[in-house]
Design a protein around this ligand. Sequence first.
Ligand SMILES: [Zn+2]
Length: 322
Amino acid sequence: MRSKKKRTDRVALLLGLLCLVLVVIVGVDIWNNHKDKKERSAQKTASEETSEVIALPEEMMESESSQESESAESSEGSSATEESSEESSEESSEESSQESSEESSEESSEESEEEKEREPEPWNLTLVNRWNPLPEDYEIPEFTELRDNNSIDSRAYPELQAMFDQMRSEGYLPRITESYRTHEDQVAMMDYYIQSYLDQGYSEEEAKEMAEDYVAVPGTSEHELGLAVDISTADYEAQAPEVIWEWMAAHSYEYGYILRYPEDKTGITGYAYEAWHFRYVGKEAAKEIFEQGVCLEEYLDRIDATPEEIAAAQQEQSEGEG
Ligand SMILES: [Zn+2]
């Protein structure tokens, strides 16, 4: 009887010890778990902060456009790339944080360094094309109102007037059909073109692609820059626009204006030939561009089109000629 009770006591003691061990184990586990959660949530906050840096819209746009242009520029100016990576140590923490957050190839991070290395062009040489949208903070200090609801950047006006005076004195009848266009105008215009192709039975993708051959994607039109004019004739019966374009192609550079989308540069400019579209760049640059027979992208050494895009445009052109 007694020994039986002793055994029960021992069993009770053992059970008690077991419980204690269990409590300790569970307790430690709970505490660890809690610690883990705390650490994890700290990590989460940190990674959220990083992703915010990655998601900055401007950086997205930059890396997207630099990816597109990778092959073109890497073959174009490898010496410029080397130079810029040497000097890039000067560039601040912004750069290094971008590098660490960007998981793309070495090439594209070198690309963005090169972009930053570049001095911004002066206002008259601002490059706006499908690879280089108009900077959102770009400001036109003053407008000059022209006839027919047109207006342009006042800095491009005196030479435009002088050019028109000269043409008129020679019997030409030029007229401006398009000039400064607001971003909203550009959006409306793109929508209009897409719709007209849709109405002709093209698919949405086709319509968009075809419209983009003729209308700049909003944000990428020189008309939003206030330095471009489209020229036609003031009197179709008296004078065909081609007559005026011919004079302008030969003389506009004397007034600081260039034929912006030449027939033989469509791959580089990203535009079909536009005989009517002239862009102000100032007399000095216009003369050099004219005499060298280059387009603005070549003049600025900022060719973003891929070799494939350039080749495709050349192919298309030779087919058209043949
Ligand atoms: Zn135009």
